[in-house]
Design a protein around this ligand. Structure first.
Ligand SMILES: C[S@@+](CC[C@H](N)C(=O)[O-])C[C@H]1O[C@@H](n2cnc3c(N)ncnc32)[C@H](O)[C@@H]1O
Ligand SMILES: O=S(=O)(c1ccc2c(c1)CN[C@@H](CF)C2)N1CCSCC1
Length: 266
């Protein structure tokens, strides 16, 4: 059953519109930084606090299913020499490349996210410095398919020191078994003892990105913890956020967000 489901997911992503997706999720009114009670500040805080321990560091970090967004990499860039962005769609890889090159005035403005991250990290880092640091470290933007046993094909010479992923696996898996297989597939990209930080949707069944209506496999907190345990991880931290009614505007039916810090058992 999953093979047909995976093909249907791939077909649905052909209509994915990066700009519409950014509009729906990363611009006002949904992108509200005025209080940590809102989703975006909560996500950035989870990531900043995880990296601030200094325990998650090394040569290479891979972001699984980067999409057209870079917020998920802002706190990582102080702790890795190289950051690898990945996505299934060329349109999303191009959005990241355009932001890195900074030549196209139509690039998405991530400055509110960079400024907020610098503020909560509390190191007095000018936001332009962080922006340039991330652009310098984002050296590879690769195609990926998490449903392949080797998600990056032959593009990877050695396992990464850490993985990050935000709203990917549940948004590209037709059912729980394929979610679990995808997690096992991407785990081959991570060295034993390496850390995986994942942010995802709880109990979501669809989202919109322009003409595309994408199916999402609903997952609970228990489902996520079970999937990581089955893929050979120890959960280091898990926290969740309940979506307030004010942030439910019809572009999806997400009920909450999870953050998991898991470590691959050596
Ligand atoms: C909901 S978006 C998440 C984007 C971004 N990480 C964020 O935090 O908003 C899901 C992403 O998964 C990508 N994707 C779709 N099919 C995929 C696959 N088979 N393997 C890996 N990524 C895939 C899509 O192109 C899209 O960028
Ligand atoms: O950061 S979020 O939690 C967020 C951000 C991205 C997504 C979702 C939620 C839920 N649907 C996902 C589809 F995969 C994408 N957020 C939702 C509340 S307002 C700001 C954006």
């Amino acid at each position: 059953m999953s093979a047909n489901g995976i093909a249907a997911v791939a077909e649905s992503y052909q209509k994915f519109n990066p700009r519409a997706y950014l509009q729906n999720n990363y611009m006002p009114p949904r992108a509200n930084f005025t209080s940590e009670e809102f989703a975006v500040p909560w996500k950035l805080r989870c990531l900043a606090d995880a990296f601030a321990t200094g325990e998650i560091c090394g040569r290479t970090l891979i972001d699984i299913g980067t999409g057209p967004t870079i917020y998920q990499l802002l706190s990582a860039c102080d702790y890795f020499e190289e950051i690898v962005a990945t996505d299934y769609l060329e349109v999303n890889r191009a959005e990241i490349q355009n932001w890195v090159l900074g030549e196209d005035s139509s690039c998405f403005d991530w400055s509110p996210y960079i400024q907020y991250t610098c503020k909560i990290e509390g190191n007095g880092e000018p936001w332009k410095e962080k922006e340039q640091k991330l652009k310098k470290k984002l050296r590879r933007i690769l195609p990926i398919d998490v449903h392949q046993a080797k998600p990056l094909g032959s593009s990877l010479s050695q396992p990464a020191d850490a993985l990050v992923s935000a709203f990917c696996l549940e948004a590209v898996s037709p059912d729980r078994p394929s979610f679990d297989r995808a997690l096992r597939n991407v785990t081959t990209l991570l060295k034993p003892g390496g850390h995986f930080l994942m942010i995802g949707a709880l109990d979501e069944s669809f989202y919109l990105a322009g003409e595309a209506k994408l199916s999402v496999v609903p997952v609970s907190e228990a489902d996520v913890k079970e999937s990581f345990a089955k893929s050979g991880y120890r959960t280091r931290n898990f926290c969740s956020y309940v979506m307030p009614p004010s942030l439910k505007i019809g572009v999806d039916d997400v009920q909450g967000i999870f953050f998991i810090h898991a470590q691959k058992i050596a």
